[in-house]
Design a protein. Structure first.
Length: 184
């Protein structure tokens, strides 16, 4: 006994009736419904994520530190002693003036903002150092400066982490290169 072959579908007749416009629209709507629903749900989820600050915020860079260095201190009896001075060049890229109000580092117990009238003059503790709009603040041991008081030994490290706090721009963290004594 041989099995009968399954019946083949009827061949499309050139005289078969065409679907009406209404049927064609219904079929097209049914086919598009899935992707449209997915797009609406995805847009809703993304909107909720953005509203909840999941996408973060875009901020312009307002402060740029182009040079950061902490020279090695003088060695006495195989140990480094004294405060550590810093060299920093800070550019304000915004159209509004700002002010450096604090600096901290994990290698120092305290960091002090210092202002000097010129080379050789005594430093005076400053509450803040101005950074002019579209201008530059250069910190050196001969003018405005940041002094790390009572720092732990950092001379064998390649960098010293510094967190600069600005009145308007907030915090900027940099890794200052450890350089030879007296070198910027």
């Amino acid at each position: 006994m041989t099995a009968a072959a399954p019946p083949s579908p009827p061949a499309a007749s050139p005289h078969a009736p065409r679907p009406s416009a209404r049927e064609w629209l219904r079929d097209a709507a049914r086919a598009a419904a899935g992707p449209v629903i997915c797009a609406v749900v995805l847009a809703g989820l993304l909107s909720g994520w953005v509203a909840a600050s999941g996408a973060g915020t875009l901020t312009r860079v307002r402060i740029q530190v182009t040079l950061a260095a902490v020279p090695m201190r003088s060695f006495t009896a195989a140990t480094a002693t004294g405060p550590a001075r810093t060299y920093l060049t800070i550019r304000n890229l915004s159209g509004a003036p700002d002010q450096l109000i604090a600096v901290r580092s994990p290698v120092a117990r305290h960091a002090e903002l210092v202002s000097r009238a010129g080379p050789g003059s005594a430093g005076i503790a400053a509450a803040g150092l101005p950074v002019p709009a579209h201008g530059t603040l250069t910190l050196t041991p001969f003018g405005e400066d940041v002094v790390l008081t009572d720092p732990q030994a950092y001379e064998d490290d390649g960098t010293v982490p510094l967190t600069l706090t600005f009145r308007h721009a907030g915090q900027v963290t940099v890794d200052a290169a450890v350089t030879g004594p007296g070198a910027p």
